[in-house]
Design a protein around this ligand. Structure first.
Ligand code: NAP
Length: 298
């Protein structure tokens, strides 16, 4: 499988697999250690990094930016993704967690991400979650303004239903390039609820988050049958571990999702990449589906 891909006809070119930085503050790295991690995954070919303004209680992007400051030239070799639209109680101004997609807020958060990430522009900005109070015209104005000022090159959404996606798209002068959604054997709704059908229809590639169930794949007793089947398929397709099988299972989907790797351990990132050289047949794919869901196809 190719190691790079375009998200959409007029869209950014990303690495086929992406490093996700949600858990960065848990990794407890010094800026130098983080720089080394970034350099290593870029060297391996994973040039795309997924962020959001709220990650790590609003701290992850600044920590990443601090590492980038140690080697600013690295930015030119990378694609940076951020998201906004969730407000959490980590910011003392917020008495309750809520969504916010007002024009001024989106622009202000994108600008904050630029400062924190130590960059002049984002390759991609996503609305993090659908907001029941979203005025699509307002979001479209914010996106258009960020686009015109050169601060954001491309736009997309995350966790949107197809109708929410279509609504926002209807107000925009350019195409949304992705819907970043949860895709995993442990969580399969997007496969059947129309979300991935829409991506295939529009020829845009989804980004897949929590491919390993956020780590629950390895320990949750309810996934024992799934682990057993993944182990069996691993032997059949020459995979070294069950996570490689999961990545193959996700990338086998015709909408061609880009898996976001959630680990801060370079050996796990390196292992994930081996999935690009593996494949599985239809029956192996359905065995994994069945083992996860607990029932056969009707
Ligand atoms: P994930 O890959 O499902 O889970 C990562 C977790 O699994 C880490 O704690 C990791 O621990 C653990 N893990 C990985 N391999 C393991 C193994 N062999 N044995 C035991 N544990 C293992 O992904 P995620 O972190 O939940 O999500 C990935 C990215 O998706 C995030 O960083 C973020 O960028 C994005 N995301 C987006 C949304 C959204 O709403 N758009 C939501 C959630 C996440 P180690 O660190 O120890 O390897």
């Amino acid at each position: 499988m190719e190691h790079r891909t375009k998200l959409a006809a007029i869209g950014p070119e990303f690495s086929r697999m992406i490093c996700g930085y949600w858990r960065l503050m848990e990794w407890d790295m010094t800026p130098q250690q983080l720089l080394t991690f970034i350099e290593q995954h870029v060297e391996l070919g994973i040039t795309t990094a997924d962020h959001a303004d709220i990650y790590g209680g609003y701290q992850c992007e600044a920590a990443f930016g601090q590492a980038l400051r140690l080697k600013p030239a690295l930015r030119q070799q990378m694609q940076l993704v951020s998201k906004c639209g969730i407000a959490t109680k980590a910011d003392p101004k917020n008495h309750i967690g809520h969504y916010i997609t007002d024009r001024e807020y989106i622009i202000a958060q994108a600008e904050k991400s630029l400062t924190n990430l130590h960059t002049d522009n984002l390759d991609l900005l996503l609305i993090h979650r659908p907001d029941p109070l979203m005025d699509a015209d307002d979001v479209a104005e914010a996106f258009t303004s960020l686009h015109q000022s050169g601060k954001v090159k491309h736009f997309g959404v995350s966790n949107f239903t197809p109708t929410q996606f279509t609504l926002l798209q209807s107000r925009l002068p350019f195409a949304l390039v992705t819907n970043q959604v949860e895709i995993s054997p442990t969580h399969q709704p997007a496969i059947l609820d129309g979300t991935l059908d829409q991506c295939q229809q529009l020829r845009i590639k989804p980004m897949a988050w929590s491919c390993l169930g956020g780590g629950s794949l390895f320990k949750d007793p309810q996934f024992q049958a799934l682990r057993d089947e993944l182990t069996a398929v691993a032997q059949e397709i020459g995979a070294e571990n069950i996570e490689q099988v999961v990545y193959v299972w996700i990338m086998r989907l015709p909408s061609q999702p880009l898996p976001i790797i959630g680990s801060g351990r370079i050996e796990r990132v390196k292992s994930a990449l081996k999935a690009l050289d593996l494949d599985m047949n239809r029956q192996q794919w359905f065995r994994i589906r069945k083992a996860a869901l607990g029932y056969d196809v009707p």
